[in-house]
Design a protein around this ligand. Structure first.
Ligand code: UD1
Length: 417
């Protein structure tokens, strides 16, 4: 069942419930390593990235259970016997977020450089720089990072770029450091704020998450958190918003924080899609005709790189010229080749994609080059004439909870082969 098949042409209509945010949940699971007591997390999506992270923390000795289908309880041991195994770490980019918490709680960590999507060089220099500033001794040898610290000390750290992962790793480690840490030019993504709220629930003292500067007063221990509700997934929501727009549809999204999807909503409105709040749901209704738009990916609250590929798919059907500048990950245009197999007219010049939209898309055999590109192929398949067969579905399964079920409930014809 390695392939996803979509028979295109159906208009998406109806309601869909958005799951918890993958990237917030993964970071919060890593932060749970620092909790001395019980942790109960709610609104956790049952996707493979989460399953891999569960396996990793179980290897460290954690007791992990699913008391309900979308909640997870975690209890870490006082001492750990093993380090995260390479076979699991290589499957998941977010395993780099084990670095800060393991170092802070257990004083040492050994981690092979993680895998995940091949969307660019994805260096970790900012993570290392921040942890070193807190007093960690780090070595990098043959792809393995080793870090030790007897006790971390608060420090002042400036990030050259507002990296999400570096902000999260340093913020987590600083919670158990001695004294105050100030991190400047931090990422302001909602997942960073959610992580800070969770850490504060454990007893951390973090202020400023969501702004450019985060201040942390170190504490001696982090305790328990008997109930924490993870934010909804703004990228999953965004993907359904684009899919609805692409099919001329009318879809209501439940469990969304409208502010978190505003950078996308604003672009869709520019493209003649109505996006508005209706009670506690977000409604997306495509206008006729859609208009071309230009996009530049930026750190939050700019347009998210994780929505760029799906928009490229949509814009390939919108009459006129659209341009996309990818400023975050240099390999994120590999999706263009797959879309071109379906008939899209896209030219890539470095970090710029020029899309001559409006032509027909035809179903084809395509391969997901990464998670969000996989989602883009789903969007393209929904618009295309005939059948689209998407290979490398495991990428899509990393991040989308019950994708076929949700799409089918909106009227799409989609199945596994
Ligand atoms: C996170 C998200 C990912 C999203 C990305 C940007 C998770 C698990 N993943 O990835 O879905 O696409 O944010 O919103 O939350 N960089 C450096 N040095 C570093 C770290 C990063 O130069 O030490 C650069 C990267 O190469 C990239 C940019 O900073 O060009 C952004 O990366 P970053 O924000 O760190 O992304 P991730 O945390 O890996």
């Amino acid at each position: 069942m390695g392939k996803l098949v979509i028979a295109g042409g159906n208009v998406l209509k109806g309601r869909v419930r958005i799951s918890g945010a993958k990237n917030a949940a993964l970071a919060i699971m890593c932060a749970s390593i620092m909790a001395e007591g019980q942790v109960l997390l709610e609104n956790i999506p049952d996707i493979t990235d989460i399953q891999v992270m569960i396996s990793i923390i179980r290897c460290l000795g954690a007791q992990v259970e699913w008391p309900e289908s979308d909640s997870l309880s975690i209890r870490m041991p006082g001492r750990i016997e093993a380090m995260p195994p390479y076979e699991l770490v290589k499957k998941l980019r977010a395993s780099n977020l084990l670095l800060g918490p393991m170092l802070a709680r257990y004083g040492r960590v050994e981690l092979c450089l993680p895998g995940g999507c091949n969307i660019g060089s994805r260096p970790m220099d900012l993570h290392f720089k921040g942890l070193a500033a807190l007093g960690a001794e780090l070595t990098l040898e043959k792809g393995v990072v080793r870090a030790t610290a007897r006790r971390l000390n608060g420090s002042r750290i400036y990030l050259d770029f507002p990296s999400v992962g570096a902000t999260e790793n340093i913020m987590m480690a600083a919670c158990l450091a001695k004294g105050q840490t100030v991190i400047e030019n931090v990422a302001k993504e909602p997942e960073v704020v959610d992580l800070a709220n969770f850490l504060n629930c454990l007893g951390a003292r973090i202020r400023g998450a969501g702004t450019d500067i985060i201040k942390i007063e170190g504490v001696d221990v982090l305790g328990e958190c008997l109930r924490y509700n993870v934010i909804p997934d703004r990228i999953e929501a965004g993907t359904y918003m684009v899919a609805a727009s692409a099919t001329g549809g009318d879809v209501q999204l439940e469990n969304v924080i409208p502010l978190h999807v505003e950078p996308l909503s604003a672009k869709l409105r520019e493209a003649n899609v109505e996006v508005y709040e209706e009670g506690d749901v977000l409604r997306v209704r495509a206008g006729e005709p859609l208009r071309p738009v230009d996009i530049k990916t930026m750190p939050y609250p700019g347009f998210p790189t994780d929505m760029q590929s799906q928009m490229m798919a949509l814009l390939s059907r919108v009459k006129g010229t659209s341009m996309i500048v990818e400023n975050i990950f240099e390999n994120r245009f590999r999706i263009a080749d797959e879309l071109k197999r379906m008939g899209a007219k896209i030219r890539i010049e470095g970090r710029l994609a020029i899309i001559e939209g409006g032509g027909r898309l035809c179903g084809a055999k395509v391969k997901a080059p990464d998670l969000r590109a996989g989602a883009a192929l789903v969007v393209a398949g929904l618009m295309a004439e005939g059948e689209t067969e998407i290979d490398n579905v495991y990428y899509i399964d990393r991040g989308y909870h019950r994708l076929e079920e949700k799409l089918a409930s909106l009227g799409a014809r989609v199945w596994r082969r």
